[in-house]
Design a protein around this ligand. Structure first.
Ligand code: PLP
Length: 469
């Protein structure tokens, strides 16, 4: 097989054309996935940092000493922001999922090491239903059992007593979020961490989304980071509110022993001695370099300023949303994430269905994220919601967004909620996703996990099927 060489300009034009089909990654109209500070100067610094570090391999920081220096600096920066102390150590990873999975891996290995009878035993992971799927993925990859804890559908958080009631000898790690992604509310970190410590169990705070925002959010909220005794590890994504390009997160441990359990080392081959602190072997360091550069250019004052804008914008949206009849805000969010559910306290004729609403908001040029309803094992059902992640850049156009939300709600108020349509599954597989997603989401929501999981895999796998090119 051979392909003819093409002029670079042509190839780059192709890439540009592909990107033109994406939703806008800048400007604040996509309220998930992307984190735009609205500062082109920061984008330029990040791009230059990536360019400088593009050829470097983070596999071996003893050869590329620049990588060790960058990682030390980022870990030190995070340690100071997240109230670690002189004993705090950690790693820069490729993202939140890797940070969470590594926290589980080290917890599992320390749990096993604590008792010879546990060498081949299965540990458990105790987590609220709102915890990020990265922990379910960790459990699946690393052979742990998830013990879910229901959250209150009104506050969006679990009670500390409910979490601790599920902790036993098999528990390798208890997870709490600051805040959780679906509802943007902070779990009872102080109580859970104290109870876990009392039982000799590790406690991870997933601050993937909050770690670079909450420190400047400004509420006298209860402490949620390493300042809380009993918190043994914490994750904070640089590629979210650290405004780094995708591929950077930091994972901190209160003490070195736990961090060491994360490492993989081997000499069982005739090649170079292998030491991997994280899951990857060869490691790109562009995102890490960009993360450091962006943080340095901003400084903590710059971060605080961006958070202040984000907070004003979030407060404006919360105020507007609570004025929209038929919708309600879930819980009392701390941070820039907002979830809107149907207000069941008004008559059906005045209710707004989040999925139908999202389609209507999209028609007006804004992308919200649909979150299906969920039956909680041992708890009350959680409603379907519309999710918004607010970033600083949306501040400049927040009134436009408010107008779009109000108009979209007016357009769909009283319409029956989107219902499942079993024929949609087949149609999505053959024709791809329709423009209106309400029916698709309602169908996913209604189907049992054994049906939905392979279906989701099939949709995503067919999207990258080479025979479609
Ligand atoms: C984003 C997120 C993660 C996972 O991070 P990725 O960077 O998407 O892998 C984990 N936990 C929370 C709370 C998050 O918001």
């Amino acid at each position: 097989m051979s392909t003819a060489a093409r002029p670079a300009a042509d190839v780059l034009a192709d890439l540009t054309a592909l990107r033109a089909g994406d939703p806008p990654t800048h400007g604040g109209r996509v309220l998930s996935y992307v984190y735009d500070p609205g500062r082109p100067d920061l984008d330029a610094v990040a791009a230059e940092a990536v360019r400088l570090f593009l050829p470097v391999n983070g596999l071996d920081p003893t050869t590329f000493t620049s990588v060790a220096a960058l990682e030390r600096r980022l870990v030190a920066f995070a340690r100071d922001v997240l109230h670690g102390d002189a004993g705090t150590v950690g790693s820069v990873t490729s993202g939140g999922t890797e940070s969470c999975m590594l926290a589980v891996k080290s917890a599992r290995d320390l749990w096993r090491a604590a008792d010879p009878g546990r060498v081949h035993a299965r540990a458990t992971l105790v987590l609220p239903t709102t915890a990020h799927p990265a922990f379910h993925k960790a459990a699946q990859y690393l052979d742990l059992d998830v013990v879910p804890v229901p959250v209150d559908p009104v506050t969006g958080t679990p009670s500390a007593a409910d979490v601790l009631a599920r902790v036993d000898d098999r528990t390798a790690l208890v997870v709490v979020s600051a805040p959780s992604y679906p509802f943007g509310v902070v779990d009872p970190v102080v109580e859970v961490a104290a109870g876990a410590a009392e039982r000799g169990v590790a406690c991870h705070v997933d601050a993937c989304i909050g770690g670079w925002v909450l420190p400047w959010w400004g509420d006298a909220a209860a402490p949620w980071d390493l300042a809380v005794e009993g918190v043994t590890s914490i994750s904070a994504d640089l590629h979210k509110f650290g405004y780094a390009p995708k591929g950077a997160s930091v994972l901190l441990y209160r003490a070195p022993e736990r961090h060491r359990a994360q490492y993989f080392a081997t000499t069982a081959w005739p090649g170079y001695p292998v030491v991997n602190p994280t899951m990857l072997g060869s490691r790109g360091v562009g995102a890490m370099a960009a993360a450091w550069a962006v943080l340095e250019v901003l400084g903590t004052d710059g971060l605080a300023e961006l958070v202040a804008t984000t907070r004003r914008t979030t407060d404006r949206l919360l105020a507007a949303a609570s004025g929209i009849r038929g919708l309600r805000v879930v819980g009392a969010p701390t941070g820039p994430l907002v979830a809107l559910a149907t207000d069941e306290s008004v008559p059906p004729a005045e209710r707004v269905d989040p999925f139908t609403f999202i389609d209507e908001v999209r028609r007006r040029g804004w992308l919200l994220q649909a979150q299906p309803a969920m039956d909680q094992p041992g708890g009350a059902p959680l409603p379907r919601t519309a999710h918004l992640t607010v970033t600083a850049v949306t501040g400049a156009i927040v009134e436009e967004l408010v107008d779009a939300l109000v108009a979209a709600a007016d357009a769909v108020r009283g319409r029956p909620a989107a219902v499942p349509d079993p024929s949609l599954a087949g149609r999505v597989l053959s024709e791809g996703l329709p423009d209106e997603l309400a029916g698709v989401m309602a169908t996913l929501e209604a189907l049992p996990a054994e049906v939905v999981h392979p279906l989701l895999v099939q949709v995503l796998a067919s999207a990258i099927d080479p025979s479609r090119e």
